[in-house]
Design a protein around this ligand. Structure first.
Ligand SMILES: C[S@@+](CC[C@H](N)C(=O)[O-])C[C@H]1O[C@@H](n2cnc3c(N)ncnc32)[C@H](O)[C@@H]1O
Length: 232
């Protein structure tokens, strides 16, 4: 899509994700154990015939873990630095079935069999709300009917009346993490995390049935969804 009103996804991707040095530090700063995610997909019936797509894959932790359980994994990220890391890790691991793709949620054009599973962690909040819905439609368009989408992201579930106190208390808790104050502040000032009470209808309007929502903290949510397709 080249129309003048279309979003530039890269501009919203987060400077630290586009920067080669910062991308190289990503796994150390934001470690992620993908084993429960792989188990979840296996529980939903993932087989060696299936295609899986990870949107906003970062350094490809999830694709590398799920690759042995499926036929094909597409690892999509709008950051060239991240995609290069996935490429290097994939070569190092000798895996033939991971395709690192330099694209965004919205620009990715899926080729081949429809995917049975899609995954996205900590990436959707980079898009403003209108574009989140467009991104969710785009994820759905890659899936077969009934395909499973696991979405994990920074999502708010505190009472809107208490938002300032909740955010200040969250920032205090994060003081002992490797993130600078500025990096933590940017999350609220310049990124687009939203409330669960807004994101759930967005998922539904985009064409997903939500089969499970988990709000483990007031700042994070996980959704398991099934693609119902469009009514056309
Ligand atoms: C916080 S990282 C999460 C990486 C990985 N999913 C994880 O949890 O380890 C967010 C990733 O989303 C990517 N990203 C941001 N906006 C995107 C978009 N519109 N489409 C695809 N990827 C995007 C960034 O480049 C970055 O690699």
């Amino acid at each position: 899509m080249t129309s003048g009103w279309w979003i530039n996804e890269k501009r919203h991707a987060g400077e630290e994700h586009l920067d080669t040095k910062e991308a190289a530090r990503f796994d150390e700063k934001s470690p992620f154990d993908p084993s429960t995610e792989v188990e979840t997909l296996l529980g939903y019936g993932l087989t060696e015939e299936d295609t899986v797509i990870d949107f906003g894959t970062g350094t490809g932790v999830f694709p590398l873990a799920v690759a042995e359980h499926c036929d094909r994994v597409v690892a999509v990220d709008v950051s060239k630095s991240m995609v290069e890391i996935v490429h290097d890790k994939t070569e190092e691991a000798g895996l033939q079935n991971i395709e690192p793709i330099h694209d965004g949620f919205l620009s990715y054009d899926h080729q081949g069999d429809a995917a049975s599973y899609a995954f996205s962690k900590d990436a959707l909040h980079h898009l403003p709300n209108f574009w989140k819905v467009e991104a969710l439609k785009s994820v759905g368009a890659t899936l077969e009917e009934g395909g499973v989408f696991r979405l994990r992201d920074f999502v708010f579930s505190f009472d809107p009346q208490d938002s300032h106190a909740a955010i200040e208390s969250w920032l205090d808790e994060k003081q002992s993490t490797p993130f600078t104050d500025e990096e933590l502040h940017v999350h609220f000032r310049e990124e687009f995390s939203t409330y669960g009470f807004l994101l759930e209808p967005m998922l539904q309007e985009a064409g997903f049935e939500i089969v499970e929502s988990t709000y483990e903290t007031d700042f994070y949510a996980e959704y398991t969804c099934l693609w119902c397709g469009t009514s056309e």
